[in-house]
Ligand binder design. Structure first.
Ligand SMILES: *[C@@H]1O[C@H](CO)[C@@H](O)[C@H](O)[C@H]1NC(C)=O
Ligand SMILES: *[C@@H]1O[C@H](CO)[C@@H](O)[C@H](O)[C@H]1NC(C)=O
Ligand SMILES: *[C@@H]1O[C@H](CO)[C@@H](O)[C@H](O)[C@H]1NC(C)=O
Ligand SMILES: *[C@@H]1O[C@H](CO)[C@@H](O)[C@H](O)[C@H]1NC(C)=O
Ligand SMILES: *[C@@H]1O[C@H](CO)[C@@H](O)[C@H](O)[C@H]1NC(C)=O
Length: 376
């Protein structure tokens, strides 16, 4: 009887209150006091741990979280630093400036390598016949490669040494972007490695990227040791732990986003100084965290959160699966091109699996246009 009364109260049935009158008079204030104090305690807790924080979600369960978000005022925002105000204004201005349409929109293919480009002949075939719709840039960090394709000759940019995991990797990416931005026809910028291959013909990839309204930048929340475990509090106040993100290095971005990367010095400096292997006993890899964290902070809605370059980490080793001659079959390519879900697994013991549909302008499409790592 009592349970059913409470249940009906919960459903907002006012009538049942009359039924409560028949209870002994002392009992009613007592349970109201208990109920009111429990609700107050709940609200105080919810205020101290704002619902955005994942802690709150564990405490109150995901359903409680959603309900609270709906009717609690947002937690007071942190006061921005001077650098942060500058950064946000610059990003907003760039995003609000419409890109100038050019006669022939081109895609910049930016190759990051140490010295060799073993798949130049394959790329040559891929590019052939589409001469006015792409441009090639090569950053060779050790030795200038001897080019075999006419599309690659004289396309080397001035380069510098790249140390794995350190900011010099980002510097090489910025160098490529800066060179590619020099051509106003370049509207989309793809970063590729020497072990990458295209999965489709040129037209498919061109249309996918040029007519998309997003940048394909990998970005996910990993509370584990290979994600947030690499965060340094030296990055405060601008980069909080809750905003730290992880993602694969191989991006493809629209022109506005490439300009935003050029304009950033605040976040770049933080990662240059506090994200490197071995600092404070952590193994922070700049190229896995800088751009994901930066875009998560400045334009989270403008990125797809997955990369159009496929890689297979399922062996759970330090390096992704390397495809050798015997692995490269039409079945493998069919497998990779049929993937339309992007999957991220956290590095903590929970191994949470985050699954997301690959949405292109709102419709599900294959996720991947390129793949790595292929053995020469
Ligand atoms: C996708 O969205 C972009 C930006 O809104 C738009 O320019 C483009 O035409 C859209 N593409 C298709 C095929 O609808
Ligand atoms: C990417 O993730 C952010 C949250 O980090 C979200 O706001 C955004 O909508 C996501 N992008 C897409 C295309 O789902
Ligand atoms: C293709 O995917 C299926 C199902 O995931 C798997 O069993 C098979 O081994 C894959 N084939 C290749 C060649 O990777
Ligand atoms: C996604 O891929 C699966 C398996 O390849 C397929 O069955 C499904 O129809 C695809 N979904 C869409 C919306 O294309
Ligand atoms: C891209 O287009 C889709 C479908 O029109 C829309 O839902 C989404 O918000 C757009 N994203 C951006 C960043 O414009």
């Amino acid at each position: 009887m009592k349970t059913s009364q409470l249940w009906r109260l919960g459903m907002g049935d006012v009538q049942i209150l009359h039924g409560a009158r028949h209870r002994p008079p002392l009992k009613r204030p007592m349970w109201i006091i208990v109920l009111v104090s429990m609700v107050s305690l709940f609200l105080v807790c919810a205020y101290i741990y704002p619902p955005q924080s994942s802690n709150a979600c564990y405490v109150f369960s995901s359903r409680g979280c959603k309900v609270l978000t709906d009717w609690l005022p947002p937690a007071p925002a942190r006061e921005f630093t001077d650098d942060e105000i500058v950064s946000r204004i610059v990003v907003r201005e760039i995003l609000n400036t419409p890109s100038i349409p050019t006669k022939k929109a081109k895609i910049a293919f930016m190759f990051l390598t140490t010295s060799l480009l073993p798949f130049e002949k394959l790329w040559d075939k891929f590019f052939s016949g589409h001469e006015d719709r792409f441009s090639v840039y090569v950053h060779a960090s050790k030795e200038k490669p001897v080019h075999v394709s006419r599309y690659f000759v004289n396309r080397d940019v001035r380069s510098d040494k790249v140390i794995w995991g350190q900011i010099s990797m980002i510097d090489a990416e910025r160098r490529l972007l800066a060179n590619a931005l020099g051509d106003p026809d370049n509207q989309h910028f793809v970063l590729l490695s020497d072990s990458c291959v295209p999965l489709y013909k040129f037209d498919y990839i061109y249309n996918y990227l040029i007519y998309s309204n997003m940048s394909y930048l990998d970005c996910f929340y990993d509370p584990g040791p290979h994600g947030n475990g690499r965060y340094s509090e030296h990055m405060l106040p601008e980069i909080e732990l809750k905003d730290f993100r992880k993602g694969a290095q191989w991006f493809s971005m629209k022109r506005q986003h490439a300009v935003i990367v050029m304009a950033d010095s605040l976040y770049y400096t933080k990662f240059r100084d506090y994200c490197k292997p071995g600092l404070d006993g952590k193994n922070c890899i700049a190229d896995e965290h800088y751009l994901p964290t930066f875009f998560h902070i400045v334009d989270p809605g403008g990125i797809a959160n997955w990369s159009v370059t496929h890689v297979d980490w399922s062996e759970r080793k330090w390096h992704p699966k390397l495809y050798r001659t015997q692995d490269v079959t039409s079945a493998l390519l069919k497998n990779i091109t049929s993937i339309n879900l992007s999957i991220h697994v956290t590095s903590d013991e929970k191994r949470d699996v985050q699954v997301q549909s690959c949405l292109w302008n709102g419709t599900t499409r294959p996720c991947y246009l390129f793949a790595r790592k292929f053995h020469p």
